[in-house]
Structure formats: C-alpha cells, structure tokens
Design a protein around this ligand. Structure first.
Ligand code: IPE
Ligand code: IPE
Ligand code: MG
Length: 226
C-alpha cells in the first residue's frame, strides 16, 4: 500500500536549542529549516500529503515570549516561502481553530491557502491552533449546524477542515516521545506509527526515505486477514 499521507509530529526543537545553550526559539527556527528539507524529498518520493503539527491548542500553556516568537516565525515563513511553495506545486492548507487567532494572522493563512490552491505536487496540511479533542468538538458542532441531528463517523469526517484528504497512512514523531498528543485523533485509528529519537531540527531528507522503508515493512490489516 502506497504511503500517500504522512503525518509528522515535529518535536524536540526546544531540547535541540537547550543542548547548545541557545534560546528555545533558535530550535524552532532550525525545526522549520528541517521541514523544508523534508518537503523537497517528499515531493521526489511522490508522497501526496504531509500533515505537520505546528502549534497545538495546549501549546498556549507555554510562556508568552516563546509563543510570540513562534507566531512571528510562522508569519514571516508564510511571507518568505509563499512563492517558493507555489513554484514547487505545493498546496498549503491549515487545520485547527481560527477563532482565537488575530484577524490579520488568519488573513495571512487564508491568503496562502488561496495563493497555493492550484498546487498539484504535494499538499501540506499545517495543524495550527489544533487539538484532537477540539477538532472532534468542532466537527460535531459543524455537522449538527447543518441539520444532521445524530452525526455518524462519516459525517464527522466529511466536515473536517480539509475533508478531501485521505486518512494518514503513517504518523511519525521525533525526539523520542511515544505519544500522539492528540494529533489527528479522529483519523489515526488504523494509522501506522513510528517514533524516532532524533530531535526534529536534526532531521534531514534521508528521514523521508527511512520512513518509507519502515512503512513498506508494515502489514496493514484493518481488522481483516491477509
Ligand atoms: C516542538 O518542539 C515544536 C512545538 C511544540 C511548537 P518543542 O518546543 O516541543 O521541543 P521540546 O519538546 O521542548 O524539546
Ligand atoms: C506536540 O508537541 C505539539 C507540536 C509538535 C506542535 P508537544 O511538545 O507540545 O507535546 P507534549 O506536550 O510533549 O505532549
Ligand atoms: Mg515538545
């Protein structure tokens, strides 16, 4: 079965920086550079969709200074990478709550989505201001708001922020933590999982190849027999 949709929980930025006596924010910057390296290889390997966990609702618990710097990194990345992304045929979409984000920030997210909408080579779903439990709540409300009194699982999936995306085939996490932290909670019931000790800023393009090899060893049974 082809690896169409890969989820990445980008973790360990803070530890990467702290190990070098740097501010945590420097780790986030390097983490972003690592993501750019992975994207190019993902296109070469014909992965259709990358979902990346960029900021969780729980991350609001972090000190204001770190949050502020992270948000300004996202903003400048959106500006700086815009043309690059489009030129590479990448479509960027976001998933997560936009309710408590600044209007100007949301406008930049939407503008990147429409600017890259025609990208055919790779879809990057950025999970921003996202949590699995918040997503489930939002989807139930959305379905009910459309008059569906008793939504089924398929109704919830159809009401996702990006309902056209397939379920994630594989979710990987860096930095040794073996948990999902709510990442794609509703969609990950039969997703293959792999955990790597390497901190995210140290990830290079070869990690995509390692992940594809690991995925090719898995037998996906979905409850049946093969
Ligand atoms: C992941 O790195 C990036 C975000 C959560 C935004 P961390 O910042 O969680 O890094 P560690 O886990 O503290 O090393
Ligand atoms: C998950 O990482 C969120 C992102 C990668 C954006 P965290 O570092 O916030 O997760 P926990 O707190 O260790 O579970
Ligand atoms: Mg972390």
């Amino acid at each position: 079965m082809k690896l169409r949709h890969l989820g990445i929980i980008m973790d360990g930025n803070g530890r990467w920086a702290e190990a070098r006596g740097l501010e945590r924010f420097e780790g986030h910057k390097e983490g972003f550079n690592a993501l750019l390296r992975l994207i190019d290889r993902a296109i070469e390997r014909e992965i259709e969709c990358l979902s990346v966990f960029a900021f969780s609702i729980e991350n609001w618990k972090r000190p204001e200074d770190e949050r502020r710097k992270l948000f300004s990194l996202f903003e400048s990345a959106i500006e700086k990478e815009r043309t690059n992304l489009k030129d590479k045929g990448i479509r960027v979409v976001f998933s997560g709550s936009r309710e408590n984000l600044e209007k100007s920030f949301v406008a930049k997210m939407s503008s990147l989505e429409s600017y890259t909408a025609s990208g055919k080579n790779l879809t990057i779903q950025v999970l921003f201001n996202y949590s699995g439990s918040d997503e489930i709540t939002r989807l139930i409300r959305r379905a009910v708001g459309k008059g569906i009194k008793s939504p089924t699982f398929d109704d919830l999936l159809a009401n996702r922020d990006n309902p056209e995306l397939p379920m994630p085939d594989m979710i990987v996490r860096s930095a040794g933590e073996k948990r999902l932290s709510g990442f794609l909670l509703l969609q990950s019931g039969y997703t293959e999982l792999a955990f790597y000790d390497r901190l995210f800023p140290d990830w290079n393009a070869e990690m995509i190849d390692n992940i594809i090899i690991e995925y090719s060893k898995r037998k996906r049974k979905f409850g049946g027999l093969i």
